[in-house]
Design a protein around this ligand. Sequence first.
Ligand SMILES: N[C@@H](CCC(=O)N[C@@H](CS)C(=O)NCC(=O)O)C(=O)O
Length: 309
Amino acid sequence: MAQFPDEAGQDGSFQRQPDEFREWVKTEGEFTPEPNRYQLYICKACPWAHRSWIVLRLMGLEHVVGVSVADPIRTDDTGWAFREGDGHGPDLAEGFHFLSEAYRATAPNFSGRVTVPVLWDKQTRRIVNNSEDDICRMWATVFEPLAKHPVDLFPEAIAEEQNALSDLVYEHINNGVYRAGFADKQSAYDQAVTKLFVVLDQLEARLAHGGPYLFGEQTVETDWRLFCTLIRFDAVYHGHFKCNLRRIIDYPHLQDYLERLYRLPSIAETVNFDHIKRHYYVTHDDINPTQIVPLGPKVVIRAEIKNAD
Ligand SMILES: N[C@@H](CCC(=O)N[C@@H](CS)C(=O)NCC(=O)O)C(=O)O
C-alpha cells in the first residue's frame, strides 16, 4: 500500500499534491511586507521547510518574521503538532496546537495533506502561502528592504539558467528521493532512482569543473534547495527511501560542497539530525512499520563528526 494512496499514480509512482495556497506578499495589496505580521511554520526534519528557514536566516529576517517549530513526529490523527520538546516548541504566535488549525481557519473544506512550510498572516488570520519556492522568493524580494543582511539569491544575470537548474534539482533530487521512497511499484522506483543518480552525477561533474558553488563564488537559492536534500541523503534517503546506488560521501565534489555550505554562518544550527531521522523512520510507517530508527550512519562533516543518533 502506498504511503499516500491519494497521491499514487496507476503506475505506482508518487504524484505529489500541488501546493494549495499561493497568495503573494506585495507592497500594495492585501498582504503587505511588515515586521511582526507574519509567522513561518516549519518542521526541522522537512527539506522544503528547511529551505524556507535557511533563506529567512541568510537574509537576516528573523527579527521580522517569527518561526514556530513543530514536533518532528507527525501522527496520522493530529498531524503536525506544536508542543514543548527538544528542538521544537509551542506556537507562541497564535497558540495553535496543530498546524491543521491554520489550514482550517483559511480553508474549512481543505481535504489534502497539511504540510509545512506555511507562511501565516497574523493580521487577517489566514495562510498566505504554503509553497517554499514562493516563500523563498518573497524573502529575497518583497521582504528585502526589511532584511538585516540581504544577499542576492536570485541574480538577474543568471535568471534563466538558474530557473532551469532549480527545476531540475526540484524534479529529480528534492522530489526524486520522495518518488523513490513512496513508489509502490518496482518500475516507478527504478525510474526515480536511476534519474536521481544521473542528475547527482551531472552535478558532481559540474562542481568538479567549476564551483565552489553551483554558479561560482556566491551561493544562490538553487544551492540551498540542493543542500536541503544532500544533508539528509546519507542519514535517511540512502536507507529509508532506498536511494542507495551511491552515498553523497562517495562523491568527492558533492561532499566537499555539502560541507562548505554547512559551515557557512547561520546554517549548522538549522540542521537537526535527531529530528530528521526520527521524522522519517517513525512517521512513514508504511515504509518502516516497526518504526525503528537506525543508529547509523555517522554523518561526516569535516572538522566535526555529527552523530546521526
Ligand atoms: N510544498 C512542498 C511539499 C511540502 C511537504 O510535503 N512537506 C511535508 C514534510 S517534508 C509535509 O508536511 N507532509 C505532511 C504529510 O505528509 O502529511 C512541495 O509541494 O514541494
